[in-house]
Design a protein around this ligand. Structure first.
Ligand code: GSH
Length: 210
């Protein structure tokens, strides 16, 4: 059975956890304690030299070391329900929105958190190398997030789901990101009724309780 390397408190592995749940892919779970730096241990480096979770280790020895790979693999081995779109245009829309949400929303939140938190001194980026915090990036990230959320609110007005007429990976990435925003005390729902209504719909999915 595949082994999923998780950290129950972190946002990135939560994205993959939701994908595996939506697809019904059976797997074992190993928790990696990011707070104590287990991702930098020699044992975990041997599994993922990038020192990040999520990781999915497959039965044949292949190791998938990020959300992009895990989602692509899960869609290929378990096409139902489709999470990456079905028509050519849907696939384009899911890929496009997923990429935008990662860059404009997820990263903006991470910039705020990682460039300010005392516990992340010299850990401004995940990975094997240490990078110092740049406080200005925290300010920029907060501004970027606000601008993204206003654009996203306009996009979601009158829509059921982010990228297509159905729930897709773009909803997973955005839903996890906006929960992550609470870590920096940003309530994405405030003054944004379309986002709030969509998050209500997400909250009804059992996978989002994971
Ligand atoms: N591109 C990766 C990013 C994964 C990532 O940044 N994971 C964080 C947890 S949210 C991590 O492992 N951090 C380790 C660290 O901060 O040292 C993906 O989405 O799969």
């Amino acid at each position: 059975m595949p082994v999923f390397y998780d950290c129950s408190t972190a946002p990135s592995p939560r994205r993959a956890r939701i994908v595996l749940a939506e697809k019904g892919v059976a797997h074992d779970v190993r928790q990696i304690d990011l707070a104590s730096g287990e991702q930098l241990s020699p044992e975990f480096r041997a599994i993922n030299p990038a020192c990040t979770v999520p990781v999915l280790a497959l039965d044949d020895g292949a190791v998938l070391t990020d959300n992009a790979g895990i989602a692509a693999w899960a869609e290929a081995v378990q096409p139902d329900p489709p999470l990456l779109g079905t028509t050519a245009l849907e696939k384009a829309a899911v890929a496009s929105w997923n990429s935008r949400i990662e860059g404009e929303c997820f990263m903006a939140i991470a910039e705020v958190l990682r460039n300010r938190a005392k516990g992340m001194k010299d850990r401004a980026l995940p990975g094997p190398e240490n990078y110092p915090q740049i406080p200005e990036l925290a300010e920029r990230g907060r501004a970027r997030l606000g601008h993204f959320l206003d654009r996203f609110e306009a996009h979601m007005a009158g829509r059921g789901w982010v990228a297509t007429n159905d729930f897709t990976l773009a909803d997973i990435t955005a839903g996890v990101a906006l929960d992550f925003a609470q870590w920096i005390k940003v309530d994405a729902n405030e003054g944004r009724p379309a986002i709030a209504a969509w998050r209500e719909r997400l909250a009804q999915r059992p996978s989002f309780a994971l």
